[in-house]
Design a protein around this ligand. Structure first.
Ligand SMILES: *[C@@H]1O[C@H](CO)[C@@H](O)[C@H](O)[C@H]1NC(C)=O
Ligand SMILES: *[C@@H]1O[C@H](CO)[C@@H](O)[C@H](O)[C@H]1NC(C)=O
Length: 380
């Protein structure tokens, strides 16, 4: 009976998922009615397992004064973070889940360095130095081109959204939380197109230079604003600004917020257009030609930005080659056939309510306020 066998295998997979490292992308399947992370993951307590309006939970309208008032306008003040977020961090630290490596330091124009530690050694494994941590996403499946754009939402973004929509494409947007706060209408356009929302931190710092608490602020507010502005969808992916992540930053992303780290395997350097010594549109076109007509394995994860009219233009100019070379273009968040969110398949499918009855068992006493909302209004 193949269907029974299939359900046993599915169940076995789900059990394995709760008892092994959650690093493998092979394990990114979940049973209907569950969230991506296992029930005992802190992300359940931090972001209530609500199904949005169907559970009677309402969110302030995106762009309204109540919505704006909830978030820090600038760098998160770590003395104003919701206590539940810090409790989850401290529990993960106490459980030995957050590596005790130094915070990196940087001199202007340099790269992050670690006092007494080699950034290529497994205990640090800095993505800035191209060290790949198992479970982080660098490559796509063969033949696949993952569509993703960093740094929005910004004024050049709507031209990109119109182009994607008119070509029937969906992309993943690694959004900067404070840009969402500043450009709610542009955010709403991307969401209305059915594109996938992912985390690019609140203020776009070199994350390895930040303390554990500062990292919680950068992740937490971006998770919260996307969650509260998408009817309760919880992002599943984050991309570190400048590709700067290490064992510590990715552990906080994963162990506190349930996020998977995404890097890239080709870099357009499009952010440096119009900078002294920066790249040019011709150079980007030459790189695109090489990549798009080259081997189909691994699939391409190309770093691109919705930062300027010209970075959007560089993508639009390369699009005919993407098509003519037969690339399977999917949003990055759905590149391996999985869901774009921890609790929903995509921006238009229903939010999974999860097993709400579990909350009473799973919620730690420290989070008994049960809301991830700050107890007082944060200041920037
Ligand atoms: C997010 O939405 C929930 C549910 O309405 C609310 O309690 C919480 O305060 C909101 N968060 C922010 C930062 O506004
Ligand atoms: C969103 O997910 C649903 C299944 O939950 C699927 O039917 C639909 O095609 C998906 N939409 C996109 C744009 O991928």
């Amino acid at each position: 009976m193949p269907s029974r066998l299939a359900s046993i295998l599915l169940l076995a997979g789900a059990l394995a998922h709760t008892t092994t490292a959650h690093d493998s992308h092979v394990e990114q399947k979940r049973l209907p009615g569950t969230w991506y992370q296992p029930d005992d993951h802190p992300v359940h307590a931090l972001f209530k397992r609500d199904g949005g309006a169907s559970d009677g939970i309402t969110y302030a309208p995106v762009g309204s004064p109540e919505w704006t008032a909830g978030y820090p306008p600038g760098a998160p003040d770590i003395t104003q973070l919701p206590p539940a977020w810090l409790n989850a961090l401290h529990a993960a630290e106490a459980a030995g889940k957050i590596p005790k490596i130094p915070v990196s330091t940087m001199v202007a124009g340099g790269e992050p360095t670690y006092d007494g530690f080699d950034p290529n050694k497994p205990e640090v494994c800095s993505a800035t130095y191209q060290c790949r941590i198992q479970g982080d996403l660098w490559d796509g499946p063969p033949g696949t081109l993952a569509l993703s754009f960093d740094d929005g939402p910004l004024p050049p973004s709507p031209a990109l959204y119109d182009f994607l929509q008119s070509n029937g494409l969906h992309a993943t947007h690694f959004f900067i939380g404070s840009n969402i706060l500043q450009y709610p209408a542009i955010f709403s356009q991307a969401l209305a197109n059915g594109d996938d929302m992912a985390v690019h931190t609140w203020t776009h710092p070199y994350m390895t230079t930040k303390t554990n608490e500062e990292l919680v602020g950068e992740f937490g507010w971006t998770m919260e604003i996307i969650h509260n502005s998408t009817g309760g969808r919880l992002p599943k992916y984050w991309r570190p600004p400048y590709g700067d992540s290490d064992m510590r930053t990715r552990a906080i992303a994963k162990e506190v917020f349930g996020l998977t780290t995404v890097i890239w395997n080709q870099d357009t350097d499009d952010w440096s257009l119009h900078e002294a010594g920066g790249t040019t549109l011709d150079k980007i076109a030459t790189l695109m030609q090489t990549w798009l007509t080259g081997p189909k394995t691994p699939g391409l994860i190309i770093l691109e930005h919705e930062l300027m009219v010209d970075t959007v233009g560089a993508f639009i100019a390369a699009f005919p080659l993407m098509k003519s070379n037969g690339w399977n273009m999917v949003s990055l968040a759905q590149l391996d056939g999985g869901a774009a969110y921890q609790n929903a398949d995509n921006s238009t499918s229903p939010v999974n309510p999860g097993q709400v009855a579990d909350l009473s068992v799973q919620e730690p006493p420290s989070a008994s306020g049960s809301s991830s909302a700050p107890s007082s209004k944060p200041t920037g």
